[in-house]
Design a protein around this ligand. Structure first.
Ligand SMILES: [Zn+2]
Length: 202
């Protein structure tokens, strides 16, 4: 199941931003709540802090990470456990949505925590995306013994691609960049791997 579908499979209510700005009472009516930022699950009686919006509505704040990212068991689909792993699932699904809408630059600029938290996931996502178009070609070369298996195994390719993606991501977070960032990074991953492969075929 794709992660986009996964958020719909986990949550009854997907408009989390709207919910989190006015959920103070709902949180305290529930026995438990969980945070999809720090992935803790705890008793709602631990929630003592809130932020008020311009309409005077209160949004509950997580006692562990200080963010308005709390959900209650009744927001979770039937049959899905109310656990840290489910909180992580929500977090990953949101991250994927952010990537798809390429709002990562906003996300990283205003929030170093988001960068740290989602770093591995973003790298994995980009690495996979960059490798997809060339993986068939590489597989064919390995099959025909044109390039050595050990250097072009799926694992080795992922590791090379991950390193390049990481460098780009760090630059991106530090300096920001234009909209060409993702295609440029993908192209560089592909160029590096193809250059390596072609060297063996000469
Ligand atoms: Zn939290």
């Amino acid at each position: 199941m794709g992660k986009i579908n996964r958020i719909q499979a986990i949550l009854r209510q997907v408009d989390l931003e709207n919910h989190s700005s006015r959920n103070w009472e709902l949180i305290h009516e529930a026995p438990q709540c969980g945070c999809y930022y720090c992935t803790q699950v705890f008793s709602s009686s631990e929630v003592n802090d809130f932020e008020e919006n311009e309409n005077g509505e209160k949004g509950a704040v997580c006692p562990y990470c200080g963010r308005k990212t709390l959900v209650t068991p009744d927001m979770i689909m039937e049959g899905v456990p109310f656990s840290a792993e489910t909180m992580r699932g929500i977090s990953e699904a949101i991250c994927e949505l952010e990537i798809r809408h390429t709002r990562l630059s906003d996300m990283f600029k205003k929030d170093k925590w988001a960068y740290d938290h989602w770093h591995d996931y973003v790298i994995e996502f980009w690495t996979e995306r960059a490798l997809k178009p060339i993986s068939q070609y590489i597989e064919l070369c390995v099959e025909r013994k044109l390039i050595p298996v050990e250097e072009f195994s799926a694992e080795a390719l992922k590791s090379i691609a991950g390193e390049i993606a990481d460098i780009h991501l760090q630059q991106y977070a530090a300096e920001g960049t234009d909209n060409n960032f993702v295609p440029l990074m993908e192209a560089e991953i592909q160029r590096t791997i193809l250059r390596k492969a072609l060297k063996y075929q000469e």
